[in-house]
Design a protein around this ligand. Structure first.
Ligand code: FMN
Length: 330
């Protein structure tokens, strides 16, 4: 069994990665149903929360059915981060996760996200202060280091653990790599093999097949896998991995019927959560992923993304179902 503080998780848990504009309540619910053991919100700006920016506070919405759920925040200013801990606590997440890994310029230039990898002392002191401020477990998501020449993740992880961080998820790339090249899981194993390390160490980056997840467990000996892109348009990934672990076999491909059902539920949950207008608008970006591989999908996609009326979108789903369900596999 793996534990994040007092949260008991199965052996080798699968975690849904925080993803901006993706890991919202409807998507998290779908992933949870398909076997994700822990889910995270997308990153939320501590400065935005303090200003009470509506968009930031909406990201704090979490639901009972998705527990255990972590709310992820980012920032580099101690006061703002501490204030935002208090705001986040009101949503009663199970975990508060700090983003020390985002590579994008506008975040890094303020010293936040992966920017903090240039100032490890600040990273540690910020974590320490946040641990002190809340009764909730603080976890960290980070990268291997700023660049290839400054990888000190073994030392960094130990220091974070020593100030009270309860789990660490490490993306096997440096900030300099952004998303290029292949994730390197070896340094994450070094973190795990540090005899002083006792908190869970989760691997992240490029885990996009059940075989790779198995390798992370059996060959690399890590405590769990955090899954990002492989779940986009494929919330079934968690189930596929678990089935492979249990049987050694792959599940059959996801049918059109299942894909349409997921897109339907996604849209309905989005409407229930943020209303018809925003729900219809913000779910549009997911359809290409759900229906990847369908011939001539463009024609249906146009119908799905040009109408503000949910009925039109649901009808377009029905058309896809009618036309392709006989084939089932694409
Ligand atoms: C669309 C998108 C949005 C992301 N947003 C976040 C985020 O809000 N917070 C975060 O820690 N990482 C974010 N990431 C990084 C992922 O959590 C993950 O570390 C990265 O994609 C590597 O894992 P993967 O290969 O399984 O996707 C994002 C990644 C993508 C593709």
């Amino acid at each position: 069994m793996v534990k994040i503080d007092n949260i008991e998780l199965p052996d080798f848990p699968l975690l849904l990665a925080p993803m901006e504009d993706v890991s919202d309540p409807p998507f998290r619910a779908l992933c949870k149903e398909q076997g994700a053991d822990v889910v995270y919100t997308e990153f939320i700006s501590s400065e935005g929360l303090i200003r009470d920016a509506a968009k930031s506070t909406m990201k704090l919405d979490i639901y009972e059915k998705e527990r255990p759920v972590g709310i992820q925040i980012f920032g580099a200013n101690l006061d703002s981060m501490l204030q935002s801990v208090e705001i986040v606590e009101k949503s009663s997440p199970d975990i508060i996760d700090i983003n020390f890994g985002c590579p994008v310029k506008k975040v890094v230039s303020k010293g936040a996200g992966a920017g903090i990898l240039k100032d490890i002392d600040l990273m540690v002191s910020l974590t320490k202060a946040m641990v002190k401020r809340t009764h909730l477990p603080i976890t960290i998501k980070t990268r291997l280091g700023w660049d290839h020449d400054s990888i000190k993740i073994v030392e960094v992880a130990e220091r974070l653990q020593d100030v009270g961080c309860k789990a660490i998820a490490i993306h096997g790339r440096t900030r300099a790599q952004m998303y290029k090249g292949e994730a390197n899981w070896r340094p994450i194993v070094d973190v795990k093999n540090n005899p002083r390390m006792h908190i869970p160490v989760f691997a992240n980056g490029d885990i996009d097949t059940p075989e790779k997840a198995k390798s992370i467990r059996d060959d690399y000996g890590l405590d769990g896998a955090m899954i990002g892109r492989a779940s986009i348009g494929n919330p079934w990934f968690f189930k596929q991995v678990k089935h492979y672990f249990e049987t050694g076999n792959q599940l059959p491909p996801i049918t059109i019927t299942e894909r349409v059902a997921a897109a339907r539920r996604h849209l309905q949950m989005a409407i229930d959560w943020k209303g018809e207008k925003l729900g219809v608008f913000e779910t549009r970006r997911h359809y290409t992923n759900y229906f990847r591989g369908i011939p001539h999908f463009k024609e249906y996609r146009m119908k799905m993304v040009t109408s503000d009326n949910p009925e039109d979108v649901f009808n377009a789903f029905d058309e896809v179902l009618e036309r392709f369900s006989k084939h089932e596999f694409v």
